[in-house]
Design a protein around this ligand. Structure first.
Ligand SMILES: C[S@@+](CC[C@H](N)C(=O)[O-])C[C@H]1O[C@@H](n2cnc3c(N)ncnc32)[C@H](O)[C@@H]1O
Ligand SMILES: Nc1nc2[nH]cc(C(=O)O)c2c(=O)[nH]1
Ligand code: SF4
Ligand SMILES: [Mg+2]
Length: 188
């Protein structure tokens, strides 16, 4: 039986982007094909779980939104897993770096590119904003364009990055602000 390497499963609110504030179950897959210096996530450890195991672990939650993230979920998630989540009544969203083709049956795809992506279209593009660089949309078409201040782990620098991000959006209003609201409220 096929297993997926699952780092973590938790119930929270979607903290970022267009679906901010919606109750959601997160399934974090282990492993990534990039090594971003700023990455705020430890996704190394894992438990091997079948698609059936994953559904059984999340189906008792009230929310019917599941966010597949990582690590890089496109390294593992296939259409069969998404079919199983759909059969259990879930709307299926994915957070990806855009370097690999996503499964075709997702309900919502967020791409947060760090290097030239393969994906050309998504529901939301979420570019990390760091004061050192001008944000790059990599030519990706999206329904919504978000800038998210990069968390550098220092409150003063984070405040300065967020201020510059807001000023950038004021000058370039095609972008919207995405804050990591789960961090603001001390949630996962
Ligand atoms: C941990 S990544 C996993 C999904 C995928 N590998 C990706 O990078 O999009 C989930 C989200 O967190 C964002 N992220 C990672 N490190 C961050 C940081 N230090 N500050 C703000 N957002 C961060 C990513 O850009 C992405 O949108
Ligand atoms: N609450 C919450 N919302 C999130 N949205 C995207 C996340 C991620 O790490 O992919 C994330 C996360 O780690 N926590
Ligand atoms: S692509 Fe995503 S999970 Fe991978 S290292 Fe970068 S931010 Fe972290
Ligand atoms: Mg996160």
């Amino acid at each position: 039986m096929k297993t997926y390497r699952v780092n973590d499963i938790f119930y929270s609110l979607q903290g970022e982007g267009h679906n901010t504030g919606r109750a959601a179950v997160f399934v974090r897959f282990s492993g990534c094909n990039l090594k971003c210096a700023f990455c705020d996530t430890d996704f190394a450890s894992f438990e091997p779980l079948t698609g059936h195991d994953i559904v059984e672990r999340i189906r008792h939650h009230e929310a019917r939104l599941v966010v597949l993230t990582g690590g890089e979920p496109t390294l593992q998630v296939d259409e069969q897993l998404i079919d199983a989540l759909h059969e259990a009544g879930f709307e299926v969203a994915m957070e990806s770096n855009g370097t690999l083709p996503p499964p075709s049956n997702l309900d919502w795809l967020t791409v947060s590119p760090k290097t030239k992506p393969r994906v050309q279209r998504c529901n939301e593009l979420k570019v990390l904003f760091d004061e050192a660089e001008t944000p790059n949309d990599y030519g990706i078409q999206a329904d919504y364009y978000y800038l998210q201040p990069c968390d550098v782990g220092d409150a003063n620098r984070n405040a300065s990055i967020t201020r510059r991000c807001v000023e950038y959006i004021q000058r370039h209003p095609q972008w919207r602000l995405s804050l990591q609201t789960h961090k603001l409220i001390g949630f996962k």
